[in-house]
Design a protein around this ligand. Structure first.
Ligand SMILES: Cc1cc2nc3c(=O)[nH]c(=O)nc-3n(C[C@H](O)[C@H](O)[C@H](O)COP(=O)(O)OP(=O)(O)OC[C@H]3O[C@@H](n4cnc5c(N)ncnc54)[C@H](O)[C@@H]3O)c2cc1C
Length: 439
C-alpha cells in the first residue's frame, strides 16, 4: 500500500499544522517522520538543552499519535542517507512538509527534492512558521523591504485586507486532527535515545507554552523592564513550532498591537535572511566590512562570564549562562557593549548567543546582532552608543534585576569596569569612522 509521509521539522505539533493538515486530507495514509540531522547535531555540546527539548517534544508527539493508532518514525544521520532509508521503509506516493527559510535548510530541501523526484515522489511544501513569506510583503516594485517601519505598515495593510476580504479565514487554525482517521495505522514508534546520539539530558527549565492574557494586555507598559515577568518567553516555542504562530497572532490582534509588532519583527528578519543570505557571512551593509574589530580574548571571556564591571551587562550574561534566556532590553545592552565598548566582532557575540539561547533562531539572532552593531538593516546609526549606566537607571532603577544576578554588586567583591565608558565611546566612534572611510 502506498503512503504519504509528513516530515516534521520546526513544527512539532499535531494541531493547526499546515503541512500535516494537507497531508491528512490527501488520498493516502500518512506516516509521520523526523530526522535528527547529524550535520547540525555534530556541532552542539553534549548537554545542549535544545536537543533535549526536541527529544522531549518528539516523545510527546509519539504519545499523541498513539492515541490515533499512529506512530512517529525517527531517523538519525545525514538527511540524504536517511531519505534513502525512508524510501526503503515505506512505499511513498508524496512527501509533505512545512517550509524552512534558513540557507542550510533551503539547500537541504532542494537536494532532497531532487532525490525524491528521481524516485518519482513529489515534495509538497507549505507555509506554517511565519505569517507572511518574503514574497508576500514587498515594496510596490516587488523588491524586499529593508527598513522595518514601512515593512510593518505594508504587513498590517496586507493582514487587514486578507482578514476582511474573501480570505477572512486567513489566520484560522488548520483543523489537522479533523482528518486524523487518515494517519497510517502502525503501532510502534521508533525514537532514538539521546545517549545513542551522544547527548545527555539538559537540566535547563523550558519556559511554559501558556501565557496569561493579562501579560499580553500589559505587555506595552512592562516589556522593557527585565525585573518584571513582562514578556511571553515564547521564543523557543515559536522556534520549534510547539505553538502555532497563527494562534498567537490572532491573540495579539485582539489584545495588544505592540505584541503583534514583535511578531512582525520575526517575519521581517525571516524575509531578510531569505532574500539577503549574505548576512550569515558578513554585514548586511557592505560599507561596514572594513571595520577593524579588536580580537582580545580576555575581554571576550569577561563578557561571556558576566565580569565586565558593568552590572547590566554582567546580569544579562549570567542570566543567559544560567537559564538560556535573556530579556530583550538586556540583549540590546550586552550586544551594544560587546560591539561598541569592546569593539569585538558582532559575529563572536552572535555565535555565543547561538550556542546558549533556548530560543536561538538564525534570522532573529543575526538581525539583532547586526542591528546592535550598526551593520544591519534599519540599524541605529553607529554613533548612537548605548550607555549601560543610563540603561540601568531607566530600566532597573531599583536594582532588582541586578541584585538577582550580580549579588556582589555594590560590594568590594565586584570587579572594576574592564573599560572606561568615555574612552570606549571615543575609540568606537574613531574606529567606525576609519572603517567607513576605507570604502
Ligand atoms: C542581540 C539580539 C539577539 C537576539 N536573538 C534572538 C534569537 O536568537 N531568537 C529570537 O527569537 N529572538 C532573538 N532576539 C529578539 C528578542 O530579543 C527575543 O525574541 C525576545 O527577547 C524573546 O523573548 P520573549 O519570547 O519573551 O519575547 P516577547 O517580547 O514576548 O515577544 C514575543 C515573540 O516575538 C518575537 N520577537 C520579539 N522581539 C523580536 C525581535 N526584536 N526580533 C525578532 N523577533 C522578535 C519572538 O519570537 C518572541 O518570542 C534577539 C535580539 C537581540 C537584540
Amino acid at each position: 500500500m502506498k503512503h504519504n509521509i509528513f516530515w516534521f521539522r520546526r513544527d512539532l505539533r499535531l494541531e493547526d499544522n499546515a503541512g500535516l493538515y494537507h497531508a491528512l486530507r490527501s488520498n493516502h495514509p500518512v506516516q509521520c517522520i523526523f530526522i535528527f540531522d547529524k550535520n547540525i547535531l555534530s556541532k552542539l555540546p553534549e548537554d545542549d538543552a535544545r536537543v533535549s527539548y526536541i527529544h522531549q517534544e518528539l516523545t510527546r508527539l509519539s504519545k499523541e499519535l498513539k492515541e490515533y493508532g499512529a506512530s512517529l518514525q525517527c531517523y538519525y544521520g545525514n538527511p540524504k542517507t536517511c531519505w534513502k532509508a525512508i524510501c526503503e521503509d515505506f512505499e511513498i506516493e508524496e512527501v509533505f512538509t512545512n517550509r524552512d527559510y534558513e540557507p542550510y535548510a533551503k539547500k537541504r530541501d532542494q537536494d532532497i527534492e531532487k532525490y525524491l523526484l528521481k524516485q518519482k515522489i513529489h515534495l509538497r511544501k507549505y507555509k506554517d512558521h511565519i505569517i507572511f513569506e518574503s514574497d508576500e510583503v514587498t515594496k510596490d516594485d516587488g523588491l524586499p523591504y529593508t527598513v522595518f517601519t514601512p515593512y510593518k505598515k505594508k504587513w498590517m495593510k496586507k493582514m487587514e485586507s486578507r482578514m476582511m476580504g474573501k480570505d477572512s479565514y486567513f489566520l484560522s487554525a488548520y483543523p489537522s486532527l479533523k482528518y486524523s482517521s487518515n494517519f497510517h495505522k502502525r503501532k510502534k514508534s521508533k525514537i532514538i535515545s539521546l545517549a545513542e546520539m551522544g547527548f545527555k539530558q539538559s537540566d535547563l527549565e523550558i519556559p511554559s507554552k501558556e501565557v496569561k492574557r493579562s501579560l499580553i494586555k500589559k505587555y506595552t507598559e512592562q516589556r522593557n523592564f527585565p525585573a518584571i515577568n513582562g514578556t511571553s518567553k515564547l521564543g523557543i516555542h515559536f522556534r520549534f513550532g510547539t505553538i502555532s504562530i497563527r494562534e498567537k497572532a490572532r491573540h495579539a490582534l485582539a489584545l495588544n498591537e505592540t505584541y503583534l509588532s514583535e511578531l512582525v519583527w520575526r517575519d521581517f528578519y525571516s524575509q531578510i535572511l531569505d532574500k539577503f543570505p549574505h548576512v550569515v557571512e558578513g554585514p548586511f551593509r557592505e560599507k561596514y566590512k572594513n571595520i577593524e574589530w579588536r580580537t582580545d580574548e580576555n575581554d571576550f571571556k569577561a563578557w561571556q562570564e558576566g565580569k565586565t564591571g558593568y552590572p547590566m551587562v554582567d546580569a544579562g550574561m549570567r542570566e543567559l549562562n544560567a537559564t538560556g534566556f535573556m530579556h530583550n532590553r538586556v540583549r540590546m545592552v550586552v550586544a551594544s557593549f560587546l560591539t561598541k565598548h569592546l569593539l569585538l566582532p558582532w559575529s563572536w557575540g552572535e555565535a555565543y548567543f547561538a550556542e546558549k539561547l533556548l530560543d536561538f533562531d538564525l534570522a532573529s539572532n543575526n538581525g539583532g546582532w547586526q542591528w546592535a552593531s550598526g551593520t544591519g538593516t534599519d540599524a541605529a546609526p553607529y554613533f548612537r552608543i548605548f550607555n549601560p549606566a543610563s540603561q540601568l537607571a531607566k530600566f532597573d532603577k531599583n536594582l532588582k534585576y541586578i541584585k538577582k544576578w550580580v549579588p556582589e554588586y555594590g560590594t568590594e567583591d565586584y570587579v572594576e569596569p574592564i573599560v572606561d565608558h568615555k574612552f570606549a565611546r571615543e575609540r568606537c566612534l574613531a574606529t567606525y569612522k576609519e572603517g567607513l572611510a576605507k570604502v
